[in-house]
Design a protein around this ligand. Structure first.
Ligand code: HEC
Ligand code: HEC
Ligand code: HEC
Length: 437
């Protein structure tokens, strides 16, 4: 998986402006230690650490495609070049084997490596800083008891001045507020637990918030972001979905990557749900409880509200190519007569945010890539169509699904003009190109 952060040259200039701050924020090295013996950690601590590491999706980023778990080397793409994740197995030479608990804690709390160099915020330490000492210690125990792997990631390819790490001190001044936040005494335990997981290990806002010019999260948080060419929908408008989310449905979706009323978690959300499925159900329940507390029942984003439902003209010739293609490629699994639909276990496409949402991106991505992940107890495989359908065909299908199944007005471009077949096709071409990079 690759990631793109919206850093821009303007941002580089701001960073350069903050360079002065670097001078007084240089961090000392923390002395190396002999790698601790696996037996020195209590089994219970390690088991708790497994849960923390799953909550934090550490493995998703720190494992290259086809590589050893936690050995790093996954490329994260930014407009300024590529950052590779590091090896966080306990190998002394190439991993974090000689990192003390203090060095590990400083990395998570303040984005500083053991030798004192500043880490790029593609590593979401602005969220991990919220984790408790106990959780950080447990995660340390878990990682230190994995098999050491000797592996060095490729060198980062970042352009000047972004390749000059001390500039990150300026970024930290702007965006890093270190340390946990105290529990809110006016709220329930489950709410506080949910906020802790969402803002801390879960780092939900890093994908679900818009990013500013130098990759800082914009407020309000959770108002929707973009990651790897996927639209990460707003998490504050879940009551405005075609079928309003409930806390129970959300918890189910987070644990199973799927909800009968809303469909499947695709793209970068799939591994998040996959990680959460390995943690106890109370984690997903607490996250769902907190996220539902952020909803504003009065807010009505026009693209998703019931009022936005339209009835397309019968036999609209513009929808004809899409209807024919859908009948051939999709209907076998996605019409009322398809076996899974009849069994009531496959949601109508009309309920999917990929279909009803404000952008065509996730529908296009789903058609191109299919859905590889099998969620518990359901046969949820959808084949990829990238190799069999042209851009124009994908666009026709998307347009048809949106209008006739979703019964939504056309998507709009940045200037609020309706996207026609040609406009959607251009989006398909752009997304394909992005996927291949
Ligand atoms: C979104 C992707 C992402 C996730 C999720 C992630 N990391 Fe990282 N991590 C990175 C990147 C990228 C770097 C390297 C940054 C750099 O080189 O400046 C890094 C660096 C680190 C380092 C510093 C290692 C070194 O040798 O300098 C540690 C320690 C670390 N991560 C631990 C974790 C832990 C623990 C978790 C889970 C709680 C985690 N990471 C989750 C992307 C991620
Ligand atoms: C082999 C069966 C199969 C075929 C063929 C298929 N799909 Fe799917 N599709 C699935 C499954 C399974 C899911 C996961 C969600 C579920 O269980 O309903 C899914 C999910 C989706 C979603 C996401 C909905 C959600 O869950 O959020 C969209 C959009 C979609 N399919 C569109 C299409 C289109 C368009 C085509 C034709 C180009 C197509 N599918 C062909 C099986 C299929
Ligand atoms: C790595 C990026 C990433 C992270 C981290 C992430 N998400 Fe997502 N999320 C996405 C993307 C992309 C989608 C859209 C995928 C789809 O609909 O198939 C999504 C979809 C969702 C949806 C469905 C929304 C809808 O309208 O259909 C919910 C709910 C959600 N995420 C909640 C969360 C929560 C809670 C967290 C933190 C525990 C989280 N996400 C962390 C990227 C992310």
């Amino acid at each position: 998986m690759k990631r793109k952060t919206k850093w821009s040259l303007a941002g580089a200039v701001v960073l350069a402006g903050c360079a002065g701050a670097a001078a007084w924020m240089l961090e000392p090295a923390i002395a190396p230690i002999a790698p601790p013996a696996a037996a020195s950690f209590a089994a219970q601590t390690v088991a708790r650490g497994a849960r923390v590491v799953a909550q934090g999706d550490c493995m998703v980023c720190h494992t290259a495609s086809g590589g050893e778990p936690f050995a790093g080397g996954l490329p994260l793409k930014t407009p300024f070049g590529t950052i590779y994740t590091t090896n966080i197995t306990p190998d002394a030479g190439t991993g974090i084997g000689n990192w003390s608990p203090a060095a590990f804690t400083r990395a998570l709390r303040r984005g500083v490596a053991r030798d004192g160099h500043l880490l790029y915020p593609a590593f979401p330490y602005i969220h991990y800083t919220r984790m408790s000492n106990q959780d950080i210690e447990d995660a340390y125990a878990y990682l230190m008891t994995r098999a050491p792997v000797q592996a060095t990631p490729p060198a980062n390819q970042l352009i000047f001045p972004l390749n000059f790490r001390p500039l990150l001190a300026g970024w930290n001044l702007l965006y890093l507020r270190p340390g946990p936040v105290p529990a809110d005494g006016n709220r329930s335990e489950i709410w506080n637990r949910g906020r802790y997981l969402v803002d801390g290990a879960g780092h939900c806002a890093s994908c679900h918030s818009a990013l500013g010019p130098i990759g800082g999260e914009r407020s309000p948080a959770f108002s929707g972001g973009n990651i790897d060419g996927w639209d990460a929908p707003a998490l504050t408008a879940l009551l405005q979905a075609p079928r309003p989310w409930t806390e129970q449905q959300l918890a189910l979706y987070l644990r199973h990557g799927w909800s009968p009323e809303h469909g499947a978690a695709g793209g970068p959300m799939a591994p998040v749900a996959h990680s959460l499925s390995t943690t106890p159900p109370e984690d997903a329940a607490a996250i769902a409880h907190y996220i539902m507390s952020l909803q504003n029942p009065a807010a009505k984003p026009p693209a998703l509200s019931a009022a936005a439902v339209i009835k397309p003209a019968a036999n609209d010739p513009a929808l004809l190519p899409g209807r024919t293609l859908f009948a051939g490629a999709c209907a076998g699994c996605h019409t009322g007569a398809a076996p899974m639909m009849a069994a009531g276990s496959r949601p109508s496409l009309a309920l999917s945010s990929a279909v009803a949402g404000p952008k065509p991106d996730n529908l296009i991505q789903t058609i191109l890539n299919g859905l590889p992940w099998t969620h518990t107890g359901q046969s949820s495989y959808m084949p990829p169509f990238a190799g069999t359908l042209t851009d124009a065909q994908v666009a026709s299908i998307a347009m048809y699904v949106r209008a006739e199944i979703g019964q939504r007005a056309p998507w709009q471009d940045d200037k609020q003009r309706p996207l026609d077949a040609r406009g959607i096709e251009q989006r398909v071409t752009a997304i394909r190109k992005e996927n291949q990079q």
